[in-house]
Design a protein around this ligand. Structure first.
Ligand SMILES: NC(=O)N[C@@H](CC(=O)O)C(=O)O
Length: 442
């Protein structure tokens, strides 16, 4: 089956048609028609991006299928314009062995909507004591290249040093949930500041993140390993990252859409939807994050999609689970907050939401430019479409959506994975059910 995308805006190169056949882009330019039976998408007025890659998704399976499954999370990802997601290791059991990694990888293949690539745990059981099977996971069929205890910080400096050393031969990296556990104690539930005092909520300071970022860049310098700062959230962390990059240290960072725009004052209503880790910060931090994404200090936008079952999230603020969903709103938020404000071009969006995350995760068939010979992974977006987010429209099981009721500009119209349309207008495409066995290697 071939697919012809007609008249899309191709990242500043003007309007062009894209023909995909056998899973690969075969032609880009002015194309009248494809082979017999070619499916045609009219992309007049739509921007074509390489399929998005999310470095930070919680799919909850195995263990919490009541919150999300690989299939429902994959569906939400496809609807949001993603063609690959990295599935975090804090499942039950934890992804800390080659078998566990291959299990998640196989669930992803079975769902068949996006490439699901497991993140491996750094420590066994996320307990922070002993290294997990890093090498076996890296050499497994799942080809794990990103390791993280996300949800928890790798707080033992010696363990972090060993992990950085150990991953060097694979070019693997540690994605660190930077949060000193002694500065952010068990009851803390928000950003520590004047507002948390007024609301009577125990908080933790930005410094809890910054001290770990500072330590980790020094360990990266010492080992020559690669550290990636997950969901960076404070201006102070950015100062450290800027310094480290200028010093030639191998550090990269991701920011979530919610930390770019949502701020701690949303907590005045004690709505647990806005409880997230790291916490929403003051507007000065959000402003600094937007600037750092624009100037390249931050390398990647990642969702930290964290669906929760209602009975874990609909609690009093202090006891509710941390986390918010984000796969279906990420591109519209970036469109609204960064592109419309002139802070990023669409080519920049392709870099921070597709090319760079694919490179960091070493996904050979993802994040490639839309050129002949490349895999047919495409996201089509209507940059002018204005819509109001409704949490019940989601394909994710999670309803903990912080964007509910907000107006966003920019809507995903279609997602194409190796030439097959997986999602159209927020729903799974009919062709998503067709048997699909084409494997396109790089
Ligand atoms: N980001 C979140 O608020 N939650 C994450 C893990 C975590 O980082 O605490 C989750 O798994 O729910």
């Amino acid at each position: 089956m071939s697919l012809l995308i007609k008249g899309a805006d191709l990242l500043g190169q003007g309007r062009a048609d894209i023909l995909i056949d056998g899973g690969r882009i075969t032609q880009v330019g002015s194309i009248h028609s494809g082979p017999d039976g070619t499916q045609v998408i009219d992309a007049d007025g739509l921007v074509a991006l390489p399929g998005l890659v999310d470095l930070h998704t919680h799919l909850r399976e195995p263990g919490r299928e009541d919150a999300e499954t690989v299939a429902t999370g994959s569906a939400a990802a496809a609807a949001g314009g993603y063609t690959a997601v990295l599935a975090m290791a804090n499942t039950d059991p934890v992804t800390d062995t080659a078998e566990a990694a291959e299990h998640v990888f196989d669930l992803g293949r079975r769902a068949g909507l996006v490439d699901v690539v497991p993140v491996g745990a750094v420590s066994k059981g996320l307990a922070g004591q002993e290294l997990a099977e890093l090498g076996l996971m890296a050499r497994s069929r799942a080809r794990v290249r990103i390791f993280s205890d996300d949800g928890r910080c790798v707080h033992d400096a010696r363990l972090m040093r060993r992990a950085l050393d150990y991953l060097k031969p694979f070019g693997g990296l540690v994605s660190q949930h930077a949060q000193d556990p002694r500065l952010a104690d068990a009851n803390a539930c928000c950003h520590e500041g004047e507002l948390s005092g007024r609301l009577g909520l125990p908080g933790w300071p930005g410094a809890a993140e910054e001290v770990i970022v500072a330590r980790d860049v020094m360990l990266a310098r010492h080992t020559g390993g690669r550290v990636h700062v997950a969901h960076v959230s404070t201006a102070g962390s950015l100062e450290v990252i800027r310094w480290a990059k200028a010093a030639g240290i191998q550090v990269t960072a991701e920011v979530t859409p919610h930390h770019l725009l949502l701020t701690t004052d949303l907590l005045t209503g004690y709505d647990p939807t806005f409880k997230v880790n790291p916490p929403l910060r003051p507007s000065e931090d959000a402003h600094a994050l937007r600037e750092a994404l624009a100037d390249g200090t931050i390398d990647v936008v990642a969702t930290d999609h964290a669906p929760h079952a209602r009975n874990d999230k609909e609690h009093a603020f202090v006891t509710a689970a941390f986390g918010m969903v984000g796969l279906e709103t990420a591109l519209p938020v970036i469109s609204t907050v960064m592109v419309r404000e002139g802070l990023l071009t669409w080519a920049d969006v392709a870099r921070v939401m597709s090319a760079t995350p694919a490179r960091l995760a070493q996904l050979e068939g993802q994040g490639r430019p839309l050129e002949a010979g490349e895999p047919g992974n495409v996201t089509l977006l209507d940059p002018a479409a204005v819509h109001t987010v409704n949490r019940d429209d989601s394909l994710s099981q999670g309803r903990n959506n912080p964007w509910h009721g907000r107006e966003l500009t920019g809507k995903v119209v279609a997602t194409v994975l190796r030439g097959r349309v997986t999602a159209r207008d927020g729903q799974l495409a009919e062709s998503a059910d067709e048997p699909f066995d084409k494997e396109v290697s790089a």
